[in-house]
Write a protein that binds this ligand. Sequence first.
Ligand code: CTP
Length: 404
Amino acid sequence: MSILKDKNILLGITAGIAAYKSASLVRLFIKAGANVKVVMTPASKDFITPLTLSTLSKHPVYSSFVEEGDDDNPTWNSHVDLGLWADIFVIAPATANTMAKMANGVCDNILLATYLSAKCQVYFAPAMDLDMYLHQSTKTSFNKLTSFGNKLIPAGTGELASGLVGEGRMAEPEDIINYIEKDILEQLPLKGKRVLITAGPTYEALDPVRFIGNHSSGKMGFEIAKAASNLGAEVILVTGPTHQKIAHNFVTVKPVVSAEEMYNEVHKHFKVCDIAILSAAVADYRPKNVSDQKIKKKDSTFTVELEKTKDILKSLGEIKIDQYLVGFALETNNELEHAKGKLKSKNLDLIVLNSLQDKGAGFGVSTNKVTFITSSNTIIENELKSKADVAEDLMQLILKQTHA
Ligand code: CTP
């Protein structure tokens, strides 16, 4: 999955021959899962039609402050709204003319006015002929624009539209996307960090067809994996049986079935992880004897002897060096007291308390109401939220606590 998924990308097109490549750029952004809107300078419409771009982007294209067509009932295209909508503003191709205007605060068209009001990261991909590219005034524009915090996507070298060969060719659409993706990833706060997560239930076999399990859906753990990977972490997700799915380049899923398998898998990865978040609903007991054959019914009652499973979280608390360790506690009574007890006895840095007394919290629902308790006894109570939002909150708190 691309880091650009669900991002709002505003593509600015100026009047250069490379504008014909903008159609591919829109397609690639859409393919990466982004929402795309296009803003054009009036002159750029000589190089590519707004119809092509609106069809590909599935949004109207903006090239003037006032919508043309209906003189009696004109519509105002707000450059401010466009700028606020954008998570990323990419100007490709960026001509020498537009860059010089951007560098000097000129805003005599909607693209420039949007640039001046946008608060998001701006990338610009210059495109022009060799001598224009080498001109001192172009270099001055580059310097000024980058000093404002805009990011320059370098032009390539090759044959130019004029027939000359040299620098000035707009970066290829694939290279523009790669540049932006790489740049965003590099700035993510958990870049280079490894996060180990457990999710779902465990199934403890009784015989080849039966098991003791629980109703955990795995949703909370999967949402945490998503939130952590969106922050740039490399995630190992050890999960018991679940229907949840995740497709993210940074998430490696390790499916397990029993508590013993989960214990072994988690210990394979713990030493090299920076943060471990154990949200799985691990069985505390398992059948002492597992029958090789399906157990036949005989008497009116049937007794199963159970033995304790290993407490995975506690075992990590005993060996942790500098890993930040997070546990969950599902409680029905004396919630705070029990959660604080687990925080201490399992040597955790943070515990997430779920109370089954709270409506909408717990197994099988897509919401959760949790309280975070840190080892320094900071208690943060939260409203009922979607599990995705709880995962976001949790990751933000971990970021704060670990100063990542
Ligand atoms: N946990 C674990 N291994 C186990 C049992 C629990 O890693 N064998 C972890 C869970 O993933 C959770 C935390 O321990 O992060 C607390 O689980 P919970 O079931 O609330 O508590 P228990 O320690 O099992 O205590 P009890 O069931 O008695 O409340």
